[in-house]
Ligand binder design. Structure first.
Ligand code: SAM
Ligand code: SF4
Length: 327
């Protein structure tokens, strides 16, 4: 097997697949105010094409796949793809990141089909602020879906919370309160710069600040670091919940990065903050063999940079919008 090893010895075992560039929310930190140039349907990979790429990747050592978007649940019949991917021998974990607006009706089927892990994004527990951040009035739907997801007993259930200075930084303890008695991992994410997402350095609320706030009321005990982990993980002492921090801005984790990204239009991205991509869709449609496909994967991996630049420089990159990349 040709392993996906880059020029710096990092072995890639985790593939994130964005299944659509469309979204039913308009989170101001993710979706540019003027929207994005949406791809035509024929520019988006079909489920068969996604499956073919995923299968080849799994044969090269990918053992975890996460479905993302845009919003993955706005793509029709996502269950069909989940079922197909679950059949891949060698795939240990199939996960999904969702805003949960459409999750209520899908939780049980997704669990039944074998989706292992679910990350739900929610940045405010306050109705008005949720609306201000997402430009939609969907908090109640999301809270109901979280409740159902807790009951469904996924192997892993996480909440993704992007903390933005002066926007929702005063809700950190509310989120801890919300999860503390549940089997949930709450992940506080530092605000990252992407195309037209209103980012500036003063809006970054750092890991150190977040941790300090939590420790005014709770004890955090460090948990062991697993290979490829991008989060700093803690047990909330005396509670079932765990707390993590994604510190991309103040303490990046490039040296242990094991991820690749496939976007909805068939482009592969080797790093969240490295703009060059390789599009596989046209190759796929012009009859490329599996062997040739795998050689293309290897060439993308070989070009992966060692690390991304510091945050002020990231803001100037000509990168895609986050809503297209998928996290
Ligand atoms: N729509 C789905 C959702 O929101 O969960 C999946 C796609 S979304 C792009 C994936 C993750 O990226 C979400 O948890 C979101 O909060 C996070 N995200 C988006 N823009 C971000 C930014 N500028 N900085 C940090 N995280 C961001
Ligand atoms: Fe949509 Fe997710 Fe981006 Fe919000 S974070 S706009 S839900 S893709």
């Amino acid at each position: 097997m040709n392993q996906l090893i880059d020029s710096f010895g990092r072995i890639h075992t985790y593939l994130r697949i964005s299944v659509t560039d469309r979204c039913n929310l308009r989170c101001t930190y993710c979706m540019p105010a003027e929207g994005i140039a949406l791809k035509r349907k024929d520019e988006i990979l079909t489920y068969e094409e996604i499956y073919r790429i995923a299968k080849a990747f799994v044969e090269m050592g990918i053992n975890k796949i996460r479905l993302t978007g845009g919003e993955p649940l706005v793509r029709k019949d996502l269950e069909v793809l989940v079922e197909k991917l679950k059949s891949l021998p060698g795939l240990d974990v199939l996960a999904m990141t969702t805003n949960a607006v459409l999750l209520k009706d899908k939780v049980s089927i997704l669990k039944k089909l074998g989706l292992n892990a679910l990350n739900i994004s929610i940045d405010s527990l306050q109705k008005e602020r949720f609306k201000e951040i997402t430009l939609r009035d969907d908090l109640d739907n999301v809270l109901e879906a979280i409740d159902m997801a807790v009951k469904a007993n996924f192997d892993s259930l996480k909440l993704n919370v992007v903390i933005i200075a002066h926007k929702n930084d005063n809700e950190i303890l509310d989120f801890i309160e919300f999860v503390k008695n549940k089997s949930i991992n709450v992940r506080f994410i530092e605000y990252m710069p992407f195309k037209d997402n209103q980012w500036d350095a003063s809006s970054v609320y750092s890991y150190a600040q977040m941790k300090k706030i939590i420790e005014t009321g709770y004890q955090l005990a460090p948990l062991p670091i697993n290979k490829g982990d991008v989060a700093k993980d803690f047990q909330l002492v005396n509670y079932p919940a765990t707390v993590s921090f994604i510190t991309s801005m103040t303490d990046s984790f490039c040296s242990s990065c094991n991820r690749l990204r496939l976007m909805a239009d068939g482009s592969i991205k080797s790093c969240l903050f490295y703009a060059p991509e390789m599009n596989l869709r046209d190759e796929l449609r012009s009859g490329i063999s599996d062997h040739e496909l795998k050689q293309l994967f290897l060439s993308v991996v070989k070009q992966k940079p060692e690390a991304h630049p510091p945050m002020e420089e990231l803001a100037k990159l000509d990168n895609r919008a986050m809503v297209e990349i998928g996290g």
